[in-house]
Design a protein around this ligand. Sequence first.
Ligand SMILES: *[C@@H]1O[C@H](CO)[C@@H](O)[C@H](O)[C@H]1NC(C)=O
Ligand SMILES: *[C@@H]1O[C@H](CO)[C@@H](O)[C@H](O)[C@H]1NC(C)=O
Ligand SMILES: *[C@@H]1O[C@H](CO)[C@@H](O)[C@H](O)[C@H]1NC(C)=O
Ligand SMILES: *[C@@H]1O[C@H](CO)[C@@H](O)[C@H](O)[C@H]1NC(C)=O
Length: 498
Amino acid sequence: MSQMSQTKSRFGTSQELLKASNFFAFPEKPADLISLFMRAGLLVCLVSSIILALYSAFFTRSQWFVPPDLNRTSRDVSVGESGPTNISHILFGIGASVKTLPKRRPYMEQWWVPNATRGYLWLDEEPKEEKQKTGPIPYRVSEDWTRFRYLSSQSAVRIARIVLESFKLGLPNVRWFVMGDDDSVFFTDNLVSVLATYDHNQMYYIGGNSESVEQDVLHSYDMAFGGGGIAVSYPLAAKLVNIIDGCLDRYYRFYGSDQRIWACINEIGVPLTQQDGFHQLDIRGDPYGLLAAHPLAPLVSLHHLDQFEPIFPNQTQMDSFKSLMKAYRVDPSRILQQCFCYDRKRKWSISISWGYTLQIYPSMVPVLELQRPFQTFKTWRSWSNGPFTFNTRPMSSNPCQRPVIYFLDRVEETSTKSGSLSIYKRFVAKDGKQCNREDYGRVMTVQRIIVSSIKMDPANWKKAPHRKCCEIMDRGSIKNGDMRIRIRNCRAKETITV
Ligand SMILES: *[C@@H]1O[C@H](CO)[C@@H](O)[C@H](O)[C@H]1NC(C)=O
Ligand SMILES: *[C@@H]1O[C@H](CO)[C@@H](O)[C@H](O)[C@H]1NC(C)=O
Ligand SMILES: *[C@@H]1O[C@H](CO)[C@@H](O)[C@H](O)[C@H]1NC(C)=O
Ligand SMILES: *[C@@H]1O[C@H](CO)[C@@H](O)[C@H](O)[C@H]1NC(C)=O
């Protein structure tokens, strides 16, 4: 009881509060009565003028009162130039040097679409020889970057400042700044699909980390690795450019340019938005397993294409990339998308990575296993067997414990241009080993697989991800070594069940 009577608010005891609110306390003397009426009149005046002011603000001058747009979600585009994000809203800033240019330019020329892709290659000096020219890709020479401190790499300073120099160009209608290396390749239609799902009026830092755990431990798990591409929205870039030069001196001990950008963005308080499909590709050896089991997300970028084995056997690194780009151009949203079907009569499992490879297993293999990448590669720094930031399964050297593998031979558009045929041919492993068992023999009668599909609508990537289904056509008949498969939307009750 005593506790209750002594209750003290933050403003004083209840007694003190009563004393303070004596504006309308009934007067003890008649003289005070006049004063009370005056105070009351004053209050009436005050209240009515406030009501009048509010009324005129909201109703007589209705342009002051903007009703909230109830249909807008936080990821929609809004202020300024509106409409969905397209390629013209992205300004690329590619870190290049005259020394590496002759080797890397052919890769860039494959993905850079003249007069559509916006941005610049940022070079360390003016190119002098013909082979150092940037071809159809516009270039700029970085401003003096040598006044900043550095420990291991001075070019990291230069490349970190690309976002600043790109911003300072003041180009109109830029929603995103995307930085990459000269050995990064971008699948720009898919980059647009991904960035269009974010509100560019908010501060976003988007990318992916390294596949090799050792790299994430050394640098950071929550850093966008530069080779996979770093997307920074306009408002974040606007803040970043004010502090980046200070960051360069503060974080001069860091190794890479991406690490400097990460450190600086952390000072602004913006975390990394991890997005599947940005690939740093910090792996050694053969990237096959990774590309044959891509996560259910659009393929945005690849990196290090000249650092590991060609992605198509029997082709050079450059020709391999061209082959992949041919498929990408036919159906950009679908490139590397995986789907599975079973031949229940023969007890075969089939995994397709569209535009790249197809596997047939002479057994029923559950989806959980089919979607797990074969570990055909090693870690970046120490060439170890892992760990990686995703699960892998071993690729046996015994041909009777591997699937029969097919690679893309060619892609054709259907006559109406609404769909495609992609044709995959059986491939004999480099070591020439084949399994002599009867069940493998039956699979190997299939020489080619012809996969038909309607082109995938990029709007698919605005929805929650959902794998497509496929089915074996012609009741599984194999004519002249050809088998036909169709990729389609899954039916309402369809599941991919062994
Ligand atoms: C909200 O969306 C509905 C249906 O698309 C449309 O009819 C309506 O005009 C929209 N309202 C506003 C305020 O944009
Ligand atoms: C991109 O969108 C803008 C409007 O935001 C439009 O003016 C422009 O034509 C579009 N460009 C392309 C290449 O679609
Ligand atoms: C790009 O635009 C320039 C100038 O408008 C034009 O001369 C050139 O032919 C165009 N290039 C392509 C590949 O369309
Ligand atoms: C690889 O190329 C060689 C020479 O062009 C050819 O003889 C061989 O059949 C090819 N191998 C495959 C699996 O395509």
